[in-house]
Design a protein around this ligand. Structure first.
Ligand SMILES: NC(=O)c1ccc[n+]([C@@H]2O[C@H](COP(=O)([O-])OP(=O)(O)OC[C@H]3O[C@@H](n4cnc5c(N)ncnc54)[C@H](O)[C@@H]3O)[C@@H](O)[C@H]2O)c1
Length: 381
């Protein structure tokens, strides 16, 4: 397979997620960091790009300039993938513009601000024959893929209940509520339909769908703002139902002081239960019914091929978030190469989160808002 050209929009100096993308995209040596428009500020964008080793010509002052110049390059020199890691309200316009000019895109979550915009991107990526992926990067952890394989292979029997949490204390400080970097996240104008649900809960919902390979069909939600000056919710406890009448619960919160990152996923079936925590991602807890709990270690040779394929270092040496994100890039690398050279990608490489997944997440959040407006009654997705 051929090493691919990669461009980054956003993720500038000091941003939360820029470093992780740059490290992850290059971790396996699959992508070459070729171009960037890294910051909203033109000068900072150019100077940070140069600092990271981009040439003067490829260190752009804006994403519009990057698109204008890059689209004119011939096939061999064109970017194979563009990552969009800017604030939420810009995702739609940037992703749409690159897709329209025939680029593959990996967009940060949430894909867009509205369901209608997300549906437009689903259609556009199909019409253009381009990959549009959404960075639900936690699905790149080997043991999350192991969970999915165990469920798909019937190890848990019939799935009855999924319990997904993304609750931490990261938005609990009232004195921080007026901080501009925090405040926008709770404003409908800048954050979109919801706050903590879009920021964090959406990952947990996506993971529930990913490991069970099921969609969510209805929700009943209670949104709460613990910090009263906030327009949007900083806590959400929801019940949901998935296809095949699987019950689900989501708790997402920014108020849970004492919990650090707080992303956990538990799945309970007729033959046993699984429990995984992002803070200890190298261990998966598996309890067969009427038996004691076992620890499944990342890197063990008895894992399913889906987990073995993306294992990077030997058992006992912890892998983390950068490696997980890099596995999304690995999937994209295989899929883009397959398209370029008219080959079939491996089945396992098709596990990356798609534009349809990004759209489904927004449909769920929209239904949650509806349920809240109906005092928690069930709302269809
Ligand atoms: N997948 C994950 O786990 C994860 C984690 C954190 C953040 N995110 C998502 O990543 C995105 C960025 O979040 P963040 O926390 O890094 O934000 P941030 O505010 O820390 O950084 C945003 C960066 O984008 C740049 N930027 C803003 N507008 C731009 C534009 N028009 N053109 C070019 N650059 C522009 C800014 O200058 C800054 O460098 C958000 O959508 C967020 O939801 C995802």
């Amino acid at each position: 397979m051929q090493k691919l050209r990669w461009g980054l929009v956003g993720g500038g100096e000091g941003s939360q997620i820029g470093f992780t993308h740059r490290a992850a995209a290059q971790l396996d040596g699959h992508f070459y960091f070729d171009a960037g428009a890294l910051d909203i500020d033109t000068e900072k964008s150019k100077s940070f790009g140069r600092k990271l080793g981009l040439t003067d010509q490829k260190s752009y002052g804006s994403w519009e300039e990057m698109l204008e110049k890059e689209k004119k390059l011939n096939k061999e020199k064109r970017l194979d993938l563009v990552t969009v890691a800017t604030p939420n309200s810009t995702h739609f316009e940037i992703t749409k513009s690159f897709l329209k000019e025939d680029f593959n895109v990996l967009c940060e979550k949430p894909l867009t601000m509205t369901v209608e915009q997300a549906q437009e991107l689903v259609k556009l990526s199909k019409d253009m024959g381009k990959i549009c992926a959404v960075n639900y990067g936690y699905t790149g952890y080997p043991l999350v893929r192991q969970m999915r394989s165990m469920i798909m292979n019937g190890d848990l029997g019939d799935i009855r209940l999924v319990f997904a949490e993304f609750a931490g204390g990261f938005m609990a400080d009232e004195s921080d509520a007026q901080n501009p970097r925090v405040k926008w996240r709770f404003s409908a104008k800048h954050a979109g339909m919801a706050a903590i649900t879009i920021d964090c809960g959406i990952h947990a919902l996506n993971m529930a769908c990913f490991v069970t390979d099921k969609k969510i069909v209805k929700v009943s939600s209670d949104f709460f703002s613990g910090i009263k000056s906030r327009e949007l919710e900083d806590d959400n406890l929801s019940s949901f139902r998935m296809e095949n009448d699987v019950a689900g619960r989501l708790w997402t919160s920014g108020l849970a002081i004492g919990r650090t990152h707080g992303l956990t996923l538990q799945v309970f079936g007729s033959k046993g239960g699984l429990s995984w925590k992002q803070e200890q991602p190298n261990q998966l807890f598996w309890t067969p019914i009427n038996d004691s709990t076992r620890i499944i270690e990342r890197g063990h040779p008895n894992l399913y091929p889906s987990a073995k394929r993306i294992n990077k270092i030997t058992i006992g040496h912890p892998e983390g978030m950068i490696a997980a994100f890099s596995n999304i890039y690995k999937d994209l690398f295989e899929n883009i190469n397959a398209r370029k050279f008219d080959k079939n990608p491996s089945e396992l490489s098709k596990s990356y989160p798609t534009v349809e997944d990004g759209c489904h997440s927004l449909e769920i959040v929209k239904a949650m808002k509806k349920s809240v407006s109906l005092n928690g009654s069930w709302a269809r997705v």
